[in-house]
Design a protein around this ligand. Structure first.
Ligand SMILES: C[S@@+](CC[C@H](N)C(=O)[O-])C[C@H]1O[C@@H](n2cnc3c(N)ncnc32)[C@H](O)[C@@H]1O
Length: 259
């Protein structure tokens, strides 16, 4: 478990008079992400769309972008250099990364969990997303080129997270994946509070079964009769069976499948 418990506070508004019941006001802690990159502009459009945009507007999520170049002591704003011993490409240098991380961590009382996006890290999955969502602040380090000077790992001791067993051009898209998955766990972010409970990998640990919307018929394919029956118990049973079957067929290795 990597997480520090995320606190959800409940406050009861003061009674206006003795006759009326006090309204319950839920206050959610804001989750803060700091993204450190040499290409922070990649996030501009992403932050302005859909659920993330709404979460930011509602004050549930904050995303702060930082450019390593702003922290370099090099007069040409260089943040990378050739690897010792030769080899292709460039590596991100220690000085701008250390200074950027240390400065950004001091910008709030809570230094947060430092995360390095890396193909060599712990693979992102539902369990890790749940653990990350417990933090109040995540500081996401995005690499580029051939990656980071090893002393950045050694000195800053980040939690290394991989988006999967492949190599992306940079850590920005993997960082978006972290933000995108983690915010779904934050109370108030999803319109329907139950909707992440039924998602694949969530409460049941199974894959979600097939879903349908209108029309009832499309190109000779029809919606299963049970979903149109109005019998909620029968529908629940059918959905669970479908979910089990799909998980067995596609992801036999999932623990929920073995239980
Ligand atoms: C081209 S990659 C460098 C890969 C590095 N030379 C290696 O083989 O491990 C540049 C940066 O992209 C990011 N990156 C690439 N693939 C990733 C993955 N699967 N998950 C998370 N970050 C990744 C990392 O931040 C990495 O430092």
């Amino acid at each position: 478990m990597v997480a520090k418990k995320r606190v959800v506070k409940k406050t009861v508004a003061k009674k206006k008079n003795r006759l009326s019941k006090p309204p319950i006001v839920w206050q959610y802690r804001v989750m803060r992400f700091d993204v450190l990159s040499i290409f922070p502009d990649i996030f501009t459009s992403y932050l302005q769309q859909s659920l993330l945009k709404l979460a930011i507007e509602r004050g549930l999520v904050e995303v702060h972008l930082w450019d390593f170049r702003e922290f370099t002591e090099d007069k040409h704003q260089k943040v990378d250099d050739k690897p010792f011993g030769g080899g292709p490409g460039m590596l991100l240098c220690c000085q701008p990364i250390f200074d950027c991380v240390e400065s950004v961590q001091q910008k709030s009382e809570e230094p947060g969990q430092l995360v390095m996006l890396s193909p060599q890290g712990r693979r992102l999955d539902h369990q890790l997303v749940t653990e990350l969502a417990e933090y109040d602040r995540l500081v996401l380090l995005c690499g580029r080129y051939e990656g980071f000077d090893e002393r950045i790992r050694e000195g800053l001791k980040p939690l290394e997270i991989s988006a999967g067993d492949f190599v992306a051009n940079g850590g920005e898209v993997p960082a978006m994946l972290v933000i995108d998955t983690v915010i779904r766990m934050i109370p108030g972010v999803l319109g329907d509070e139950t909707s992440n409970r039924y998602d694949s990998f969530a409460q049941s640990g199974l894959l979600e079964g097939p879903q349908y919307t209108r029309p009832r018929e499309f190109r000779g394919m029809s919606v299963p009769e049970v979903l149109l029956s109005g019998d909620h118990e029968k529908i629940e049973r059918w959905r669970h069976e479908q979910s089990l079957q799909r998980t067995r067929e596609r992801r036999g290795e999932l623990p929920a499948n073995r239980g």
